[in-house]
Ligand binder design. Structure first.
Ligand code: PLP
Length: 231
Protein backbone atom coordinates (compact mmCIF):
# COMPACT_ATOMS: atom_id res chain seq x y z
CA UNK A 1 0.00 0.00 0.00
CA UNK A 2 1.10 3.61 -0.57
CA UNK A 3 3.07 5.00 2.34
CA UNK A 4 0.91 8.12 2.40
CA UNK A 5 -2.26 6.06 2.68
CA UNK A 6 -0.89 4.06 5.60
CA UNK A 7 0.02 7.26 7.41
CA UNK A 8 -3.41 8.79 6.73
CA UNK A 9 -5.14 5.63 7.92
CA UNK A 10 -3.00 5.52 11.01
CA UNK A 11 -3.85 9.11 11.85
CA UNK A 12 -7.54 8.41 11.32
CA UNK A 13 -7.42 5.47 13.73
CA UNK A 14 -5.56 7.61 16.27
CA UNK A 15 -8.28 10.26 15.98
CA UNK A 16 -10.97 7.63 16.50
CA UNK A 17 -9.24 6.50 19.67
CA UNK A 18 -9.10 10.09 20.96
CA UNK A 19 -12.76 10.77 20.06
CA UNK A 20 -13.98 7.52 21.59
CA UNK A 21 -12.02 8.12 24.78
CA UNK A 22 -13.43 11.64 25.03
CA UNK A 23 -16.97 10.30 24.63
CA UNK A 24 -16.56 7.82 27.48
CA UNK A 25 -14.35 9.89 29.77
CA UNK A 26 -11.16 7.90 29.36
CA UNK A 27 -7.58 9.11 29.00
CA UNK A 28 -6.52 8.40 25.39
CA UNK A 29 -3.03 7.76 26.71
CA UNK A 30 -4.41 4.65 28.41
CA UNK A 31 -5.27 3.00 25.08
CA UNK A 32 -2.35 1.65 23.14
CA UNK A 33 -2.63 1.01 19.41
CA UNK A 34 -1.30 -2.32 18.19
CA UNK A 35 -0.85 -2.31 14.40
CA UNK A 36 -1.77 -5.79 13.15
CA UNK A 37 0.54 -6.39 10.21
CA UNK A 38 -0.10 -10.02 9.24
CA UNK A 39 0.24 -10.61 5.47
CA UNK A 40 1.73 -7.10 4.97
CA UNK A 41 5.21 -6.55 3.55
CA UNK A 42 7.94 -5.16 5.80
CA UNK A 43 7.85 -1.85 3.94
CA UNK A 44 4.28 -1.25 5.15
CA UNK A 45 5.39 -1.68 8.75
CA UNK A 46 8.31 0.65 8.10
CA UNK A 47 5.94 3.33 6.79
CA UNK A 48 3.84 3.08 9.95
CA UNK A 49 6.97 3.12 12.09
CA UNK A 50 8.18 6.32 10.47
CA UNK A 51 4.81 7.82 11.41
CA UNK A 52 5.45 6.94 15.04
CA UNK A 53 3.89 3.46 15.37
CA UNK A 54 5.97 1.21 17.67
CA UNK A 55 3.77 -1.79 18.53
CA UNK A 56 3.18 -4.39 15.82
CA UNK A 57 1.19 -7.62 16.03
CA UNK A 58 1.87 -10.71 13.92
CA UNK A 59 -0.09 -13.98 13.62
CA UNK A 60 2.15 -16.35 11.69
CA UNK A 61 5.52 -17.26 13.07
CA UNK A 62 7.54 -17.77 9.92
CA UNK A 63 6.25 -14.58 8.36
CA UNK A 64 6.92 -12.71 11.59
CA UNK A 65 10.50 -13.99 11.78
CA UNK A 66 11.21 -12.76 8.26
CA UNK A 67 9.88 -9.30 9.06
CA UNK A 68 11.77 -9.15 12.34
CA UNK A 69 14.97 -9.70 10.38
CA UNK A 70 14.08 -7.16 7.71
CA UNK A 71 13.22 -4.57 10.35
CA UNK A 72 15.99 -5.35 12.83
CA UNK A 73 17.23 -1.76 12.59
CA UNK A 74 13.96 -0.45 14.11
CA UNK A 75 13.02 -0.30 17.78
CA UNK A 76 9.77 -2.26 17.40
CA UNK A 77 7.82 -3.85 20.23
CA UNK A 78 6.70 -7.19 18.78
CA UNK A 79 3.45 -8.84 19.82
CA UNK A 80 2.49 -12.36 18.80
CA UNK A 81 -1.31 -12.55 18.48
CA UNK A 82 -1.88 -15.76 16.52
CA UNK A 83 -2.50 -19.28 17.76
CA UNK A 84 0.74 -20.86 18.98
CA UNK A 85 1.55 -24.57 18.78
CA UNK A 86 3.63 -25.93 21.62
CA UNK A 87 6.49 -26.94 19.29
CA UNK A 88 6.82 -23.31 18.15
CA UNK A 89 7.12 -21.57 21.50
CA UNK A 90 10.88 -21.03 21.39
CA UNK A 91 10.82 -18.41 18.65
CA UNK A 92 8.23 -16.39 20.57
CA UNK A 93 10.11 -16.78 23.86
CA UNK A 94 13.32 -15.57 22.22
CA UNK A 95 12.08 -12.85 19.91
CA UNK A 96 8.86 -11.23 21.13
CA UNK A 97 7.87 -8.80 23.87
CA UNK A 98 4.24 -9.88 24.18
CA UNK A 99 2.10 -12.95 23.55
CA UNK A 100 -1.69 -12.45 23.56
CA UNK A 101 -2.98 -15.97 23.00
CA UNK A 102 -1.98 -18.19 25.93
CA UNK A 103 -4.81 -20.59 26.71
CA UNK A 104 -2.99 -23.66 28.08
CA UNK A 105 -0.54 -24.16 30.91
CA UNK A 106 1.68 -26.39 28.79
CA UNK A 107 2.45 -23.52 26.42
CA UNK A 108 3.07 -21.11 29.29
CA UNK A 109 5.50 -23.51 31.00
CA UNK A 110 7.48 -23.96 27.80
CA UNK A 111 7.64 -20.21 27.21
CA UNK A 112 8.89 -19.54 30.72
CA UNK A 113 11.54 -22.24 30.41
CA UNK A 114 12.65 -20.97 27.00
CA UNK A 115 12.70 -17.24 27.77
CA UNK A 116 16.38 -16.22 27.80
CA UNK A 117 17.34 -15.16 31.34
CA UNK A 118 18.96 -11.94 30.15
CA UNK A 119 15.66 -10.76 28.64
CA UNK A 120 12.86 -9.17 30.67
CA UNK A 121 9.91 -11.49 31.35
CA UNK A 122 7.61 -12.15 28.40
CA UNK A 123 4.34 -10.20 28.75
CA UNK A 124 1.36 -12.54 28.63
CA UNK A 125 -2.35 -12.14 27.99
CA UNK A 126 -4.61 -15.12 28.50
CA UNK A 127 -7.02 -15.54 25.61
CA UNK A 128 -10.57 -16.14 26.84
CA UNK A 129 -13.24 -17.84 24.74
CA UNK A 130 -15.96 -15.47 25.92
CA UNK A 131 -18.56 -16.78 23.49
CA UNK A 132 -17.82 -20.41 24.42
CA UNK A 133 -17.57 -21.17 20.72
CA UNK A 134 -16.67 -24.77 20.03
CA UNK A 135 -14.36 -23.87 17.15
CA UNK A 136 -12.45 -21.06 18.86
CA UNK A 137 -9.29 -21.08 20.86
CA UNK A 138 -9.11 -19.52 24.30
CA UNK A 139 -9.53 -20.75 27.84
CA UNK A 140 -13.11 -21.14 29.08
CA UNK A 141 -14.44 -18.66 31.63
CA UNK A 142 -14.68 -21.55 34.11
CA UNK A 143 -11.05 -22.63 33.68
CA UNK A 144 -9.61 -19.10 33.68
CA UNK A 145 -8.93 -18.65 37.45
CA UNK A 146 -6.86 -21.83 37.71
CA UNK A 147 -4.89 -21.10 34.55
CA UNK A 148 -4.18 -17.54 35.69
CA UNK A 149 -2.98 -18.70 39.10
CA UNK A 150 -0.62 -21.22 37.52
CA UNK A 151 0.74 -18.79 34.90
CA UNK A 152 1.33 -16.15 37.59
CA UNK A 153 3.76 -18.56 39.29
CA UNK A 154 6.03 -18.92 36.25
CA UNK A 155 9.25 -16.97 36.71
CA UNK A 156 9.97 -15.69 33.22
CA UNK A 157 6.47 -14.60 32.31
CA UNK A 158 4.57 -11.49 33.40
CA UNK A 159 0.83 -12.02 33.48
CA UNK A 160 -0.54 -8.72 32.17
CA UNK A 161 -4.20 -9.46 31.45
CA UNK A 162 -6.79 -10.86 29.10
CA UNK A 163 -7.48 -10.98 25.40
CA UNK A 164 -10.60 -11.96 23.44
CA UNK A 165 -11.93 -12.06 19.90
CA UNK A 166 -15.71 -12.03 20.37
CA UNK A 167 -18.01 -12.92 17.51
CA UNK A 168 -19.62 -9.91 15.79
CA UNK A 169 -22.95 -8.80 17.29
CA UNK A 170 -25.89 -7.17 15.52
CA UNK A 171 -25.73 -3.83 17.37
CA UNK A 172 -23.19 -1.59 19.09
CA UNK A 173 -24.90 -2.15 22.45
CA UNK A 174 -24.74 -5.91 22.02
CA UNK A 175 -21.11 -5.68 20.90
CA UNK A 176 -20.19 -4.21 24.26
CA UNK A 177 -21.46 -7.23 26.20
CA UNK A 178 -18.52 -9.59 25.64
CA UNK A 179 -16.05 -6.75 26.20
CA UNK A 180 -17.76 -5.80 29.47
CA UNK A 181 -17.57 -9.44 30.47
CA UNK A 182 -13.82 -9.56 29.77
CA UNK A 183 -13.33 -6.40 31.84
CA UNK A 184 -15.28 -8.01 34.70
CA UNK A 185 -13.14 -11.14 34.47
CA UNK A 186 -10.00 -9.00 34.74
CA UNK A 187 -11.37 -7.29 37.88
CA UNK A 188 -12.00 -10.70 39.41
CA UNK A 189 -8.45 -11.81 38.60
CA UNK A 190 -7.06 -8.69 40.28
CA UNK A 191 -8.86 -9.68 43.46
CA UNK A 192 -7.75 -13.28 43.12
CA UNK A 193 -4.09 -12.46 42.42
CA UNK A 194 -3.13 -9.24 44.20
CA UNK A 195 0.41 -8.17 43.37
CA UNK A 196 0.22 -9.29 39.74
CA UNK A 197 0.53 -6.48 37.15
CA UNK A 198 -2.93 -7.17 35.70
CA UNK A 199 -3.32 -3.94 33.74
CA UNK A 200 -4.17 -5.11 30.22
CA UNK A 201 -7.35 -5.72 28.25
CA UNK A 202 -6.39 -6.62 24.68
CA UNK A 203 -9.69 -6.23 22.86
CA UNK A 204 -11.15 -4.42 19.87
CA UNK A 205 -10.38 -4.75 16.16
CA UNK A 206 -11.20 -2.54 13.16
CA UNK A 207 -14.92 -3.38 13.33
CA UNK A 208 -15.49 -3.16 17.08
CA UNK A 209 -12.80 -0.85 18.43
CA UNK A 210 -15.21 1.76 19.82
CA UNK A 211 -17.21 -0.81 21.80
CA UNK A 212 -14.00 -2.25 23.24
CA UNK A 213 -12.64 1.15 24.27
CA UNK A 214 -15.95 2.01 25.94
CA UNK A 215 -15.52 -1.15 28.06
CA UNK A 216 -11.93 -0.45 29.08
CA UNK A 217 -9.65 -1.80 26.34
CA UNK A 218 -6.00 -0.88 26.97
CA UNK A 219 -4.70 -2.41 23.72
CA UNK A 220 -6.73 -2.29 20.50
CA UNK A 221 -5.52 -4.56 17.70
CA UNK A 222 -6.12 -2.86 14.35
CA UNK A 223 -5.19 -4.29 10.97
CA UNK A 224 -7.62 -3.49 8.14
CA UNK A 225 -8.22 0.14 9.11
CA UNK A 226 -4.48 0.86 8.98
CA UNK A 227 -3.16 -1.34 6.18
CA UNK A 228 -6.31 -1.91 4.07
CA UNK A 229 -8.29 -5.09 3.42
CA UNK A 230 -6.32 -8.32 3.40
CA UNK A 231 -6.46 -10.60 0.36
C1 PLP B 1 -6.22 -10.02 12.18
C2 PLP B 1 -6.39 -9.78 13.63
C3 PLP B 1 -6.72 -8.51 14.13
C4 PLP B 1 -6.99 -7.30 13.25
O1 PLP B 1 -8.22 -7.41 12.63
P1 PLP B 1 -8.79 -6.22 11.68
O2 PLP B 1 -10.23 -6.55 11.60
O3 PLP B 1 -8.07 -6.35 10.39
O4 PLP B 1 -8.51 -4.95 12.37
C5 PLP B 1 -6.82 -8.36 15.51
N1 PLP B 1 -6.60 -9.38 16.35
C6 PLP B 1 -6.29 -10.61 15.90
C7 PLP B 1 -6.06 -11.71 16.89
C8 PLP B 1 -6.19 -10.85 14.53
O5 PLP B 1 -5.89 -12.08 14.12
Amino acid sequence: MRKETIVENLNRVRERIVTTCAACGRDPGAVSLLAVSKTRPAEDLRAAYVAGQRHFGENYLQEAQEKRQQLADLDICWHFIGPLQSNKTRAVAEGFHWLHTVDRLKIARRLSAQRPPEMPPLNICLQVNVDAEESKSGVSVQALPALAAAVAELPNLRLRGLMAIPAPRESAARQREPFAQLAQLLRQLRNQLPGQPLDTLSMGMSGDMEAAIACGATIVRIGTDIFGARN
